[in-house]
Design a protein around this ligand. Structure first.
Ligand code: UDP
Length: 433
């Protein structure tokens, strides 16, 4: 007799910051493709993040639960994502979001038994209250972490982690964890996370999680028509000749750093695309409000060679274009994986949080990238940086060759029968039990 297996109903609760939400929704897409029904909890401002998924899945299988963003005295009204705030506002976000506990319990209580979720796949950052919601309904709580095992291993081992201690405890107490990495990249750290921090082996490595749809907006809407960017790239005669510069959703360079980078680009003579974050979006700053100031006359002088994008770029489309050869990056993990998948050499300028551990893994341990910056406060020497930028578009650099070998392993991992593919299958199977 055939075994009739019920597909799970998964309640997805992402953390509202692009670097977290984007891979969490990429994972959601994979779960939907495997036949699960999904409800995603968003607030009004983060609902558009689901647009691409909505265009690919029916409203019967992908449902949205929109709850009002809980007000907080230190978060301006209308702000519902961390990238609109300085990183120091993270504890306020945690406090505000924890007040979604009661409305979520209320929502689940009103569901008919047939619509009850089997599992909550929540952000690790929300685990202190998500675990409680799951316990209240005797369902599983599985945590998603958008980072790699090396970062988890390093961060969880640190002393004095203040409010992160609670997150880590709750994450390890959940039913299992899902990580956006692949086993072959860092087998020893995946094993170490299991043996040192978990009392079980339910650590699923499912990366590199690929974009839901090629060319679609990732997080925010591109501030330049993507066709304009691809036309510019198409007009570049040589493959791997363009440097892409982008520092993710959270980082804004100071005026001094911007000037040094502009000088380096000009001296290097390389072709480039530079995404400059829109300083006006930074609300309620508790830091000096340094803005990205492109030096006067720079764009005019480099117009034959460079394209400056102010705001949000179609990053994955750029990284995957044949003309792009290297990527000056802040080393956010999502961006690192996108660079690897896009076959570009990584030039690492880590800024904050896990960027440093990602650089240790990729540059120091795996020697698959080149370090060009130290931290959020460092100002690169324009002459030195110009040399690295010019060199970075050469084909035969050993770091590029090593990164391409890792890429091959990553691509294998997500193919049918690969380690990440199998872990996704296991994850779905565990959700149903
Ligand atoms: N991103 C983008 N355009 C931009 C800046 C970022 O599409 O102008 C996307 C990028 O492709 C990646 C995500 O936003 O998917 C940023 O993730 P990352 O892990 O680098 O972390 P963050 O620094 O934003 O936390």
């Amino acid at each position: 007799m055939p075994v009739i297996t019920k597909k799970p109903h998964v309640l997805v609760v992402p953390f509202p910051q692009t670097g977290h939400m984007v891979p969490h929704l990429d994972l959601t897409h994979q779960i939907l493709l495997r036949g699960a029904t999904v409800t995603v909890l968003v607030t009004p401002q983060t609902s558009p993040y689901l647009d691409t998924l909505r265009s690919l899945h029916s409203p019967e299988t992908l449902k949205t639960l929109t709850l009002p963003f809980p007000s907080h005295p230190l978060i301006p009204s209308g702000v519902e994502t961390l990238q609109q705030l300085p990183l120091q506002a993270l504890p306020y976000m945690f406090e505000a979001l924890s007040r979604l506990h009661d409305p979520l319990v209320d929502f689940i209580s009103r569901q008919p038994p047939s619509d009850l979720p089997d599992v909550i796949l929540g952000s690790s950052f929300l685990s202190p209250w998500i675990n409680k919601v799951a316990d209240a309904f005797s369902i599983k709580s599985i945590c998603f972490l958008p980072i790699n095992a090396h970062s988890i291993y390093t961060m969880w081992g640190q002393e004095d982690r203040s409010f992160f201690d609670e997150l880590e405890t709750c994450t390890t107490e959940s039913y299992g964890v899902v990580i956006n990495t692949f086993y072959e990249l860092e087998p020893e750290f995946v094993e170490s996370v299991k043996t040192r921090y978990m009392t079980h082996h339910r650590v699923w490595t499912v990366g590199p999680l690929l974009p839901v749809k090629a060319g679609a907006n990732r997080g925010e809407q591109s501030s330049i028509p993507p066709e304009k960017v691809s036309a510019w790239l198409d007009s570049c005669p040589e493959d791997n000749s363009v440097v892409y510069i982008g520092f993710g959703s959270q980082i804004r360079l100071t005026a001094e750093q911007t000037a040094a980078l502009a000088a380096a680009l000009e001296k290097s003579g390389v072709r480039f695309i530079w995404t400059v974050r829109d300083a006006a979006k930074k609300v309620n700053s508790v830091e000096d409000d340094n803005e990205d100031v492109i030096p006067v006359g720079f764009e005019e002088r480099v117009k034959e060679k460079g394209l400056v994008i102010r705001g949000w770029s179609p990053q994955t489309m750029i990284l995957e274009h044949r003309a792009v050869g290297s990527y000056l990056t802040h080393m956010g993990w999502g961006s690192v994986l996108e660079g690897m998948v896009g076959c570009v050499l990584l030039l690492a300028w880590p800024m904050q949080a896990d960027h440093f551990y990602n650089t240790t893994l990729l540059v120091d341990k795996l020697r698959a990238g080149i370090r060009v910056g130290e931290n959020k406060d460092s100002v690169p020497d324009p002459d030195e940086l110009a040399k690295v930028l010019a060199e970075s578009v050469k084909e035969d650099l050993p770091e590029r060759v090593r990164l391409m070998k890792l890429r091959e392993k990553g691509v294998e991992a997500i193919k049918k029968g690969g380690s990440s593919y199998n872990d996704l299958d296991d994850l779905i199977a565990e959700m149903k039990i």
